[in-house]
Design a protein around this ligand. Sequence first.
Ligand code: FE2
Length: 433
Amino acid sequence: MTDPELLRARALTALTAARARTGTLTSSVDDHELTAQHSPLMSPLVWDLAHIGNQEEQWLLRAVAGQDAIRPEIDSLYDAFEHPRAARPTLPLLAPTEARRYAADVRGRALDVLESTPLRGGPLTDAAFAFGMIAQHEQQHDETMLITHQLRSGPAALTAPEPPPGSTEGLPSEVLVPGGPFTMGTSTEPWALDNERPAHHRVVSSFHLDTTPVTCGAYLRFIEDGGYREERWWDPAGWTMVREHDLNAPLFWRREGGQWLRRRFGVTEPVPLDEPVLHVSWYEADAYARWAGRRLPTEAEWEKAARHDPVSGRSRRYPWGDADPTAAHANLGQTHLRPAPAGAYPEGQSPLGIRQLMGDVWEWTSSDFLPYPGFVAFPYREYSEVFFGPGHKVLRGGAFSVDEVACRGTFRNWDLPVRRQIFAGFRTARDDA
Ligand SMILES: [Fe+2]
């Protein structure tokens, strides 16, 4: 989609959808909960709310439209690099009513800018890029706020219908992805972020990839086989983490009366065996894969499996083709508050029959977060460049917590290998012997 007027309309839809979700996440708890810190890993929800408005002001009102700052004194409060999450509750943050008013004021002005700005003449306005970037930014904070909801204690504040059923009956457990070159990354997707660019050729050797993400049931066999007690499966830093924190299962799981239970958005329930496992760190995913005699896929392998069409030789936007996602393709957008069972979403499968590459759970890959050849930081170094290096591992494919505007076959997420509160699972691979 490159017609500027279509992109203008799409930006309006994306910004409106993001704000509706922000509203759900911030109106489902009271003001006390909005300003409380539910975990030292997270900001108070009211920080995210005003930060969303502040980023929108900085990019759409100041950078695109050249307007003066509405409240220059608050910029530093909402600078994510100036204040680590744990310190944010001690800042003189805007109170909930004020934060809502500020975000709404910025949004009103931003929609005027969207309506009146020519969508050409510069990299921020071409293809409505800055508007798409800000819609993605808000959705990414909505995902962060959803993690805060998962970490908070107390009864459920959010509800959603159950995801569609799924079954792995009749599906092969793994699929052979043929080796050879493919196009990785993009130079044409209008709202792709800097780290997804540019498109370039990659060669991968033939490999086998799990048809679906690893399920809770499969992961339970690793636990019951003593996986958390055997050093040989673990990366040395992962083994240190297991011992220091006495880990024996994914985050939010506990064993009670011979049964494994998990807490999910304020509800305690039996661990569903057929659902992709969630809330495991990279170290746990890596250890499971080694125990299973397999390995995590590289980022390039994952993208080839998700985008390469063996018939045309072309890389497509999504596993199912170039069409935007629908509810039949993938579990995205907080439509459901959990992954769908393994084998769900047959319409979203890749040409080789690999399922649930998009949505459900983020998938850890074995790769460090690194720039593609020809990478240029845009529009600011802090979006990706400062995170490049061996400290962060790449996650792919999005989760039920991710909106479609921030989910593509090329989209790259990254995090520390110890992170467990994110909506991450994995699938495994092996070389084609
Ligand atoms: Fe942000």
